[in-house]
Design a protein around this ligand. Sequence first.
Ligand code: C5P
Length: 410
Amino acid sequence: MATPQRNSSVLLIVGGGIAAYKSLELIRLLRTADIAVRTVLTKAGANFVTALSLASLSGEKVYEDLFSLTDETEMGHIQLSRSTDLVVVAPATADLLAKAAQGLANDLASTLLLASNKPILVAPAMNWRMWEHPATRRNCAQLRTDGVMFVGPNEGAMACGESGFGRMAEPAEIFDAIQDHFAGGTNLRGSLAGRKVVITAGPTHEPIDPVRYIANRSSGKQSYAIARAARAAGAEVVLVSGPVNLPAPDGVRVLRVETARQMASAVDASLPCDIFIAAAAVADWRVADDQNEKIKKGAHGPPELKLVENPDILATISRHVSARPNLVVGFAAETEKLIEHAREKLARKGCDLIVANDVSPAAGVMGGDENTMVIITSDGETVWPKRDKDAAAAQLVEHLALLLTQREGR
Ligand code: C5P
């Protein structure tokens, strides 16, 4: 954790969500670290916590009204928005995020966000469907482009009885993010905070009969490493995984599937997202008429398997009409003509970037612990040095975070 910073100040905007009660604990933590806290309580927020609680904990006056004569004479809202080192919105409701993204200024909180010349950190808190709604995702993307920093949300149980991503980060987490910021960190909780990343992993198993299947040698190690790295960078991560022998990474939602068709529907159900990474070795074909009973060895010799093509998940997501992620990444595992085949794949699949790997037995990538990634986009190709799969994943995630911001800024 970063070294505590003395004499910094925070303007804390408390929005209208049940998580508002956690902001009381946040004020206590900030005060213990000698960080001055001025609070703004929205009308909706006042339904959950009282101005008296905020004032008692912060030791300062609480601001509630844009058109308060006394407040405006003592300290105008413009001055309030600027006489702080950092503006923190916790809980940041879907409504507050939407207002901030649109630049609306029809109450004190939204006016302060528009008027401030100081960095802004938001801790979103809402029902998971509201968080996943394309409108909220658009608003968050806009806010990121505008330089707003995010902490959380996290996955977990919600006051409404449902469970999912949208739960406000814990006070200690927000406090750490603030401390990091004051200690000179720019990205707070990571380059992918507030983003959703969906990753496919491992092989698929395509049944021949109840006991036999067609598979491949993918271990899933690289994809799981990417999921860990994306989570460490602050993203909400969904890992759609074929059968592998790997533990679920901490804080990552793992959807376990067997076949390509199951993988395709699990990915579809996980949209919308900001980044889709197709790192699974999806079986190209499945058996046309897989049998319900075990096929017996018989007098007719070995059975003839008729294969049919599986859905191409990467190509489908790349061309998704209503929910194409802003960044779609494919993998090309090749045993020869690596760059040439990967370039062709970039065009055919319609994705934005291909990570090409040499999987010839001599390279030892399949099932091994190291990887050499070649990054291919329409602009050209870059060969990254060979490194262990965790380090390769971390580099890839940082690269994608940057690329995503650049694309959205265009
Ligand atoms: O066509 P090929 O399998 O070589 O393409 C590899 C890339 O396409 C990988 O990113 C893989 O995850 C993805 N893919 C897919 N669905 C398929 C086949 C491949 O998403 N059915």
